[in-house]
Design a protein around this ligand. Sequence first.
Ligand code: ATP
Ligand code: MG
Length: 220
Amino acid sequence: MKTGEIKMETSVLETIIGGSRLGIMGGTFDPIHYGHLVAAETARIELKLDKVLFIPTGTPPHKIYRQVTDAHLRHEMVEMAINSNRNFKVSGLEIEREGPTYTIDTLRILHDIFPEQELFFITGTDALRELLTWRHPEEIIKLARIVGASRPGYDSRNLLTKINRRYPFTKDRISELEVPALAISSTDIRTRVKNNKSIRYLLPDEIRLFIKDNKLYQNK
Ligand code: ATP
Ligand code: MG
């Protein structure tokens, strides 16, 4: 992202974000589905967050092996999906940045913009496992509390204890969040579309129609 764009994004963020506790939901959102939305809403309520900011990734460093849908289309889908919740916002912070995007860079920017806000990085248990392999995990955890949302298919038993034991700096900075179980994934949705199977009720209906209209995920 160029400096001018960062400034613009910053002013956009400043006008929309208030309060003292900010949730951050990062993801590829290719496409966004009810699993993401339920995790974000549960975190918002349980942790008394003022807002949850959805940040679609630009070029995700760990997903370079597959073709990810154009970032602006993914951003548009997120925008549509959260439109009816005034406590949910979307930011183009990562999609405008060139090259791979790293969570640490995003958190540094958000911390600079909102030095007074406590940041909560919401992630499913699958991504929580990997978190400690990301760039600068110690700084990530210093800048944001981590919220590990339960996700069907990923065993999270003793995960926190194991993480705390192995990485002592994580102590008291990661919490687990019980989310109504939805075994929905973007991968499964993409596979269904490719195989002409229904994706109804796995994600908001406008997103289903958007996928259809834009012929996403169809190529074999
Ligand atoms: P993909 O299959 O392409 O990896 P995904 O469904 O895992 O997609 P992501 O965009 O990778 O979606 O996920 C963004 C964040 O949302 C991650 O932290 C992930 O763990 C979390 N998440 C995704 N689906 C669920 C779900 N069903 N329940 C709880 N958390 C989820
Ligand atoms: Mg994923």
